[in-house]
Design a protein around this ligand. Structure first.
Ligand code: HEC
Ligand code: HEC
Length: 337
């Protein structure tokens, strides 16, 4: 609240600076410029204090995922610092000759200040995912665990009752032989659309084009959404048939065209199948575990991913894919200690 309040106060000064720069009367203009910067500068000086306060209250598990492989938070944090310092400096420059402040100068301040606010909002957004309220309410409005009065709106409750039967604002409440894709679209709308669009923002179509997942693979992956990208997503909730319907809808966005590289090149196999959860990290546990086995045993072990770690999706990689993957892993340089 204090962070947002200080941003709001700074923006008030930033907008007033535009009015000031358009003022023909030089004496009045100088007064207005000084007045506006007096709104801009103190909040920017207080920012570090409030940011520290805010960050100290981020639960440690959320913090771990925000600083992990999903780079949104850390990248935007750098932007936020850069834009904040730049706003402060350029706003202070206006005080050198307040009677001559040009519109262009005040517009630069606007641009930098909005950049600072935008970056900060991206940081905050990506830190809180997959929750609206940490460990209590997910972004898709489900409670994280059962509690009195939850109305069945928890992942467990919905796994049992079904999302179509539970969610209120749907066009269809039933899965029939003929409405699979339409029902899948409705499930997407209530469970995924708070963070994804089908084709544009974090568009599923683009992800599928890059990863080449066919329908069975999408269905398997849907069972492990909460493990992907360091845990930014709530788990999929719904019955098996509903998961299949959602997979059908998603597959139709980008029907999978198999090409040879996706099964013959080990690195591509890794990126398409494992890369949503594991980074390519020669020194990491995944590589070490696979390397610790002889190639035929490792190839065999990949047949049963849940056997390696039970929550992993059962991806049913082909013999050819598994062989290529292990050959590639074994060819990676072993890191020196
Ligand atoms: C709380 C927000 C949120 C919700 C809800 C959510 N996702 Fe995600 N999802 C993300 C984020 C963030 C990423 C990381 C994407 C990125 O790298 O830009 C992601 C990644 C993915 C990916 C992997 C993309 C890739 O290839 O790397 C898939 C597939 C996906 N989401 C599907 C879904 C589906 C299906 C649902 C609904 C059942 C869903 N998501 C619900 C936030 C969410
Ligand atoms: C939906 C997410 C997900 C996918 C997809 C996935 N994994 Fe995993 N995997 C995990 C998680 C979570 C763990 C346990 C924590 C860890 O070790 O990172 C794990 C553990 C492992 C381990 C054991 C590591 C150890 O510490 O001993 C291996 C080996 C492994 N995965 C290999 C793979 C391979 C190979 C693929 C692709 C064919 C793959 N995984 C796909 C989530 C996933």
């Amino acid at each position: 609240m204090f962070l947002r309040l200080s941003i709001a106060i700074a923006l008030a000064g930033v907008y007033a600076l535009i009015t000031a720069s358009r003022q023909p009367d030089a004496a009045l203009k100088a007064r207005l410029v000084r007045w506006s910067t007096a709104w801009i500068v103190p909040p920017f000086i207080l920012f570090p204090v409030f940011v520290r306060w805010y960050l100290r209250h981020v639960p440690s598990d959320l913090w771990a995922s925000a600083t992990g492989p999903m780079p949104t938070a850390t990248r935007n944090a750098r932007f936020a610092v850069f834009f904040s310092v730049a706003t402060l400096v350029v706003a202070l420059l206006a005080l050198i000759r307040p009677r001559r402040l040009h519109l262009a100068h005040s517009l630069v301040v606007v641009f930098l200040a909005l950049g600072a606010m935008g970056s900060f909002e991206f940081v905050r957004e990506s830190i809180r995912k997959p929750y609206v309220i940490a460990n209590y309410l997910y972004s898709n409005s489900l409670y994280t665990s059962p509690m009195p009065g939850d109305g069945g709106y928890t992942p467990d409750g919905i796994d049992q009752a079904g999302v179509l039967a539970t969610a209120k604002w749907l066009r269809t409440h039933e899965l029939t032989g003929t409405n699979r894709e339409a029902a899948g679209r409705e499930i997407f709308r209530v469970e995924c659309q708070s963070c994804h669009t089908p084709n544009a923002y974090r568009g599923i179509k683009g992800f599928l084009a890059a990863r080449h997942w066919d329908e069975p693979k999408i269905q398997a992956m849907l069972g492990a959404l909460d493990l992907m990208h360091n845990g930014v997503m709530p788990p999929f909730s719904g019955t098996g048939a509903e998961r299949a319907a959602l997979a059908g809808f998603l597959e139709a966005l980008h029907p999978c065209e198999g090409t040879q590289a996706h099964i013959e090149d080990g690195k591509t196999v890794f990126q398409n199948n494992c890369g949503v959860c594991h980074r390519i990290q020669s020194a990491g546990a995944v590589f070490a575990t696979l390397r610790s086995m002889a190639a035929p045993a490792a190839t065999q072990a990949l047949k049963d991913l849940p056997g390696l770690f039970p929550p992993m999706p059962d991806l049913k990689l082909s013999e050819q894919e598994r062989t290529a993957l292990i050959r590639w892993v074994d060819s990676q340089p072993i890191p020196k200690r």
